[in-house]
Design a binder for this molecule. Structure first.
Ligand code: GLA
Length: 390
């Protein structure tokens, strides 16, 4: 039973009524363009066929009451500081706070409801962004307001930046809010312009969940973001989006620049170029080139940006040994969680064979133990967030 059906069942069982609104928002993978979003650069995500779903109805008074299947329940008042709300409910609370801070809904309405999800949490598949986007859709529907995917995504990004303390970009939220079936989306993270790119029909993206987990907030994400901002300042630029390869060579000789500034900045400049080239490759159906660019991206994230990890490196190496695999790389923030493989789809069998062989070949590295089983999910680009009609 999928997350939509489970949400409906849970709502009916809890309230003995039909929900007023049912909103869904998917997880995502990023095909290429990693750690470029907060540098005003380019990303190329697609939505996954896994959703977080919220079924809700208006509640009297100012208390919100939400139950998340498998994760307990929470009550809070929107007038309170979301910092006082714990765990997953803080995201739901903070979306209400930020909708009002952004001026979209003066006083977000209280509601009650249930949450279900098919997105494996902590696997770099944007389960938090999906929760933010789904919650944004619920609040705005009950307030009678309609937001663009960009506006909805910005609310989620502010939740991460200002409430969760993660200086992340807009990749995850905009991928969840704005993706389309069968398409990858090129996002210009400076202008928020988006362009859909048809995903090749003769390929499948296989999500490779290593079962290792690491919270982004506790990771070195903030360090990478700060180092990039310093590198841009040293170069006299607004953001590394504006840097050229020559600038990176120049950076090395500037006062205050260290090797880490040069390495991180080189990754960002090359990754932006690779992302635009990946779009060209997809548009002419050159899967081989797309795969090569994905591999280069992984190597750069591993060696220059240093955000991969033993499990991600091991599963990418194991995937690349398959003759069916055209490219593989870590996806999302890094350190642990999920990677992706681009697999040639010459009939059902090649993807199945790839998955069987990889499960046999991949060994979890002893230095980074998994906390969940290794799982492989063959996926096609799926629909961005929206309402479920009943
Ligand atoms: C996480 C962040 C995104 C992005 C990626 C890396 O998923 O939430 O904003 O920076 O890492 O590309």
């Amino acid at each position: 039973m999928d997350a939509i059906q489970r949400a409906l069942d849970n709502f009916r069982a809890s309230y003995n009524a039909e929900p007023t609104v049912v909103a869904r928002a998917p997880g995502r993978v990023n095909l290429i363009g990693e750690h470029t979003d907060y540098n005003d650069g380019f990303v190329l995500p697609m939505a996954l066929p896994f959703d977080t779903v919220i079924a809700a109805r208006p509640a009297p008074g100012d208390q919100l009451s939400v139950a998340s299947a498998g994760f307990g329940s929470a009550q809070f008042a929107l007038a309170d500081d979301p910092a006082n709300t714990t765990q997953w409910a803080r995201y739901v609370h903070a979306v209400g706070t930020m909708l009002s801070a952004e001026g979209h809904v003066a006083q977000p309405p209280a509601w009650e409801g249930v949450i279900t999800t098919d997105i494996p949490p902590g696997a770099s598949l944007s389960s938090s962004a999906a929760l933010e986007v789904a919650a944004g859709l619920v609040y705005t529907s009950l307030a009678g307001v309609s937001l663009s995917p960009g506006q909805l995504a910005r609310v989620g990004q502010r939740v991460e930046n200002e409430v969760m303390g993660l200086p992340s970009g807009i990749l995850d939220q905009l991928a969840s809010a704005g993706s389309q079936v069968g398409q990858a989306t090129l996002i210009d993270c400076r202008s928020l312009d988006v362009r859909t790119i048809a995903f090749p029909e003769d390929a499948t993206i296989v999500v490779l969940d290593t079962g290792t987990r690491r919270e982004l907030v506790e990771s070195e994400y903030a360090d990478r973001q700060a180092t990039c901002a310093q590198a841009a300042t040293l170069l006299g630029l607004d953001a590394l989006r504006d840097a050229t390869p020559d600038d990176i060579d120049r950076l090395a000789s500037l006062d205050g620049a260290e090797q880490r500034h040069v390495d991180r900045a080189r990754h960002v400049v090359n990754e932006d170029a690779r992302t635009l080239e990946a779009v060209d490759a997809m548009e002419v159906g050159d899967l081989k080139r797309l795969g090569e660019l994905m591999v280069q991206s992984h190597e750069s994230l591993r060696d220059l940006y240093q955000v991969s990890g033993p499990a991600l490196d091991a599963i990418v190496d194991a995937a690349l040994q398959s003759p069916h695999c055209l490219g593989a790389r870590m996806t999302g923030g890094g350190f642990a969680g999920g990677a992706i493989a681009l697999v040639a789809d010459d009939g059902e069998a090649s993807v199945d064979v790839f998955c069987q062989e990889l499960m046999g070949r991949y060994q979890a590295p002893p230095e980074q133990p998994a906390v969940a089983p290794t799982k492989l999910y063959p996926c096609q680009p799926s629909a961005g967030a929206g309402y479920v009609s009943m």
